[in-house]
Design a protein around this ligand. Structure first.
Ligand SMILES: [Zn+2]
Length: 391
C-alpha cells in the first residue's frame, strides 16, 4: 500500500496546467496544497479544500513547483578543463577542439571513476531542484567507450543520448567519412540498446549537414529518436534538419535566420536554450524573445559539461535567461520545467497535475519569481522525486 502526503500552506504552487490555476501557462494556485499518493500527484488545489491523507507537510508560505527537467547535459566524463576556461577568460576564443582533452581523460578513466563523477553531478543537480536529467555520451568516441558511457548513464536516468558524433575522433582526423561510417555502423549497434536518443554536433569543425543527416537517420532506423546540437557557434543547417527529421529538440539555437525561426514555429521541435554555455564562453546570447514571440516552444537547460558550461544549476540558467535573454520569470520557469519535458517528449513530468510523477521542488521563497530575483542564492529547501523526499 502506498502512503499519501499532503503539502499544505503553499503560497504559490506552479502546476503548469492552465486549467488548474489562474489560466496563465504556469497554472498558478495561491494558498495551495498538493497531494502525493505513492509516486504520483493525486490532487492539487486550494489548501482549505485538501483531502485527508496519511502524512502532512507544512510548506509555511513557501513555493512549490515541478522539479526541473534538465534535458541537455554531458555528465559521463573524467578530468576537468580549468586551464582552458582560465585561458578563455583571459582572451582566447572557444572552438569545438577542446573536447579532445576530455576524450583522452575519459578513455583513460575506470568505470568506477566515471560512475563517481556522474553520481556527484546528478546529486549536485538534485540538490538544486533537478528531478529529471538527460545525459549524453560523446567523450569516448570508440564503440566500446561510447557504449560504456551509455551503460553507466542508463543506471541513473532513462533519458540517455548517444552522441558518438560529438566531434570526429582524433584517430579519424584525416578521414571524417570513415568516422561517420563507424558512428552509423558498429558504434551505433553497440550503443543503441543503452540509449533512447541520438544526437549530433552539427557545426563547423564538427559535422556538416549531410553528415548530421546520415547520423540521425541511421539512429532513427535503430529505434533512437533524434535531437541535435544546432546553430551554436554559427549559422548552419542544424535547425532545418531538426525540423525535417522531427527531432524532439534543436539545442543552442544561438545563430538563427528568420527561416529557421519560422521552421521551428511550425514544428513540434523544441528550441532548447543553454545560457550556461554563452555565459562560460562569453558568447552572444540566443534571442529567446524572438523565438517566444514567433510561437516556438522553448526549453532551458544547463548543458552541464566540463568544457563550455560547467554548471549543474537550473536556477542559475533561469536567472541568466531572465537577465540576459529577455525571458520573463514566468517564461523561464516554464521552460525549465514543462519546456524541458516537451524537449524529452514527456507528459508525465514537468507539471503538477493528477497522474503526473510527484517530482516537486520546494523553494524557500513566496514566489517562483525569486529564482531570477535572487540569483545565486540556494533557495531550494526540499525536493521530492517519484513521491519520496530526497532533499
Ligand atoms: Zn551539449
Amino acid at each position: 500500500m502506498s502512503s499519501s502526503t499532503v503539502i499544505t500552506n503553499i503560497a504559490t504552487l506552479v502546476t503548469n496546467d492552465p486549467s488548474l490555476g489562474d489560466t496563465s501557462p504556469l497554472g498558478l494556485i495561491r494558498d495551495a496544497a498538493v497531494v502525493i499518493d505513492g509516486d504520483r500527484v493525486a490532487w492539487t488545489g486550494e489548501s482549505r479544500k485538501a483531502p485527508a491523507t496519511d502524512n502532512r507537510v507544512d510548506a509555511a508560505g513557501r513555493t512549490v513547483l515541478p522539479g526541473f527537467v534538465d534535458s541537455h547535459s554531458h555528465l559521463v566524463f573524467a578530468g576537468d578543463r580549468t586551464e582552458e576556461f582560465n585561458a578563455r577568460m583571459s582572451g582566447r576564443g572557444y572552438t569545438a577542439g577542446g573536447i579532445r582533452t576530455t576524450v583522452a581523460a575519459t578513455r583513460a578513466a575506470s568505470d568506477a571513476e566515471l560512475g563517481r563523477t556522474l553520481t556527484r553531478y546528478l546529486g549536485e543537480a538534485l540538490r538544486q531542484g533537478t528531478t529529471t536529467m538527460e545525459t549524453k555520451s560523446g567523450y569516448g568516441l570508440t564503440a566500446a567507450d561510447e557504449a560504456r558511457a551509455l551503460r553507466l548513464a542508463a543506471a541513473h536516468t532513462d533519458e540517455v543520448t548517444y552522441l558518438g558524433a560529438h566531434i570526429v575522433a582524433p584517430e579519424f582526423a584525416d578521414d571524417p567519412a570513415a568516422y561517420v561510417a563507424l558512428v552509423t555502423g558498429e558504434m551505433l549497434d553497440a550503443c543503441a540498446p543503452h540509449a533512447r536518443w541520438i544526437d549530433v554536433f552539427c557545426e563547423k569543425g564538427a559535422f556538416d549537414g549531410d553528415q548530421a543527416r546520415a547520423v540521425l537517420t541511421a539512429g532513427r532506423a535503430k529505434g533512437l529518436h533524434p535531437r541535435i546540437h544546432a546553430n551554436q557557434l554559427s549559422h548552419g543547417p542544424g535547425v532545418q534538419l531538426a525540423v525535417e527529421l522531427d527531432a524532439a529538440s534543436a539545442d543552442h539555437c544561438t545563430h538563427l535566420t528568420d527561416a529557421d525561426v519560422d521552421a521551428l514555429a511550425h514544428s513540434r521541435t523544441v528550441a532548447t536554450l543553454l545560457p550556461g554555455a554563452e555565459f562560460s564562453t562569453r558568447a552572444e546570447w540566443p534571442d529567446a524573445r524572438r523565438l517566444l514571440d514567433a510561437g516556438v516552444t522553448v526549453a532551458l537547460s544547463t548543458d552541464c559539461n566540463p568544457g563550455s558550461s560547467f554548471t549543474s544549476s537550473v536556477p542559475f540558467c533561469i536567472a541568466l535567461a531572465v537577465r540576459d535573454m529577455c525571458m520573463t520569470p514566468d517564461e523561464a520557469v516554464w521552460s525549465a520545467t514543462a519546456g524541458g519535458a516537451a524537449a524529452l517528449r514527456r507528459t508525465d513530468i514537468g507539471r503538477l497535475t493528477p497522474g503526473a510523477y510527484a517530482d516537486l521542488t520546494l523553494l524557500d521563497a513566496p514566489s517562483h519569481v525569486h529564482l531570477a530575483y535572487r540569483p545565486g542564492v540556494p533557495l531550494v529547501s526540499g525536493v521530492w522525486r517519484r513521491g519520496e523526499r530526497v532533499v
